[in-house]
Design a protein around this ligand. Structure first.
Ligand code: GRF
Length: 194
């Protein structure tokens, strides 16, 4: 059972704009939680600087140091436990998680994906949406299950595709929506489980 003030652990591989949006929502009291730790796997990830600026501990757990995905997940669990995390937020985490992490935080791992799931799972969701010619793209927050980019959907936002859209322009508009729906999904999720 989650406590009133939830302890979030953020897993991020890249820029960390979603992490920052969640931190702002916490600052505005839209989410009753605290980000205890940011775990990143790429030494140069921009999320590290953002976390520092926000005064959040940022810990490098470099996947290159672990022979298997399970070993990486065990190191992540150790760090999450050290910071007493009770809800894991994947925010641009570009590693496939294993049953080891899912078992340790059963139904307590959330992810955001830049498509209207179940369409366009995987790492190139925005390119795929453009290539396919769909007229409406978007983003999805869901509970993480073993199959990549699947699991119960918590929140979605639609983003119309414009005639002259590129991957970059569409991604920018999708991110605007991500920064709205991720904090909202976390707040609602915590309301339901606590
Ligand atoms: C987001 O667009 C998310 O949908 C995808 O990775 C991106 C992370 O962006 N999974 P950021 O690091 O939060 O800026």
């Amino acid at each position: 059972m989650l406590k009133n003030l939830s302890h979030l652990g953020i897993l991020a591989s890249g820029s960390g704009s979603n992490m920052e949006a969640i931190a702002h929502a916490i600052g505005n009291q839209a989410i009753n939680a605290q980000i205890r730790v940011v775990i990143y796997n790429n030494p140069d990830a921009k999320v590290k600087e953002r976390a520092k600026r926000l005064g959040i501990p940022a810990i490098l757990v470099n996947h290159r140091d672990y022979p298997t995905r399970e070993d990486l997940d065990r190191a992540i669990i150790q760090t999450l436990n050290a910071y007493q995390v009770d809800l894991v937020i994947m925010a641009g985490w570009m590693r496939v998680v294993t049953q080891v992490l899912i078992d340790a935080f059963s139904d307590r791992i959330l992810n955001i994906h830049p498509s209207l799931l179940p369409s366009f799972r995987g790492t190139h969701a925005i390119d795929q949406a453009l290539n396919y010619g769909v007229k409406i793209a978007g983003c999805t927050v869901h509970i993480v299950s073993l199959e990549v980019d699947s699991g119960k959907i918590l929140e979605q936002a639609a983003v119309p595709i414009l005639a002259n859209d590129t991957v970059t322009s569409l991604q920018q508009r999708i991110q605007v929506q991500e920064h709205l729906i991720y904090p909202k999904a976390i707040a609602n999720f915590l309301d339901q489980v606590s």
